[in-house]
Design a protein around this ligand. Sequence first.
Ligand SMILES: [Zn+2]
Length: 372
Amino acid sequence: MKPTNGQQIISLFEQWAPKSLAVEGDSIGLQIGTLNKPVSKVLVTLDVNSKVVDEAIEKQCELIIAHHPPIYRSLKNVRTDLPQGSLIEKLIKHNIAVYAAHTNLDIASGGVNDLLADRLQLKNVQILEKTASEHLMKLAVFTPKESTEQVRVALGNAGAGEIGDYRNCSFTSAGEGRFKPTEDADPYIGQANKLSIVEEDKIEVVFPISIKNRVLKALLSSHPYEEPAYDLFQLESEVNEKGLGRIGELPQQVSLADYAKTVKDQLQVPFVRVVGKLDSNVHKVAVLGGDGNKYIHAAKRAGADVFITGDLYFHVAQDAEAINLAVIDPGHHIEQIMKTGVSDYMKTVCKNKQLLVEFIPSEISTEPFQLI
Ligand SMILES: [Zn+2]
């Protein structure tokens, strides 16, 4: 095991929840302090308040990973006589950095919404509201017969030809290639000013646009020709869909009243608020951690019988009632599921890399509501 630093930890984290996934305008990334320092303990928390900072100091954590950004709107001042300024002052005094992963962690596969869908034991889970996807590209390359296998293998190793659960998918057809090298050329086959005809194969593979450079690099380094002939197209089809919220199914349908009790138990909250007919049956469940007021219509459109989300407004609850969508509001604090979710994920990743770093889920509840 070897010591590590903030930079290395966060770059591993961002392979899972890249900043590019976040919705526009979100405040994410390093917010306080620096990542250019050794880090041996990371506190993972939903929110950063003064109790959480005290916990980080006490547990000697050099870095906090938070879901809710402590600096959400731009700061006009850092007044240490006000709560936010004094929080920042305390963090800086103790050399504790704060990194925020907000909507990028909601959207990431295995992030907050997948953790919730998992906890709610939903099956056939899909994205509720798509926020990103990427186009597929198709590469067609012509190779001399004896080099076909090595080019095909190199393309496959670079990630081309991955379709769903299949790897190394490609199509190869045979044909004839013709070319006449000039006097300045350094041809692999043939002579200057003489037309050559060679037996060639055409390999066709598809890959997501994000790995285009890697695939072309693999092609150019494995192909024997000085100037390989290839075509590159962007396809209409899209892959790698990402999005907010999830929708899935319960193993069997149950009454809304029974399901509300199950949700309360599974998410370990003292109460839930419910909109809808308690004796109606629910089977398809949409979930969106945090404030999902904007997504009741998306949940209805996706065919959800019930939508689980927090911070439900009075009028949005009335709108949900009007479109016959049941809603269960277990509160915003259910997102605390990310404390163990992120810690467990990062522990595994860092262990595989032999990095000496601990991830500690915060023990402080940042739920401001009490039930009387
Ligand atoms: Zn939230």
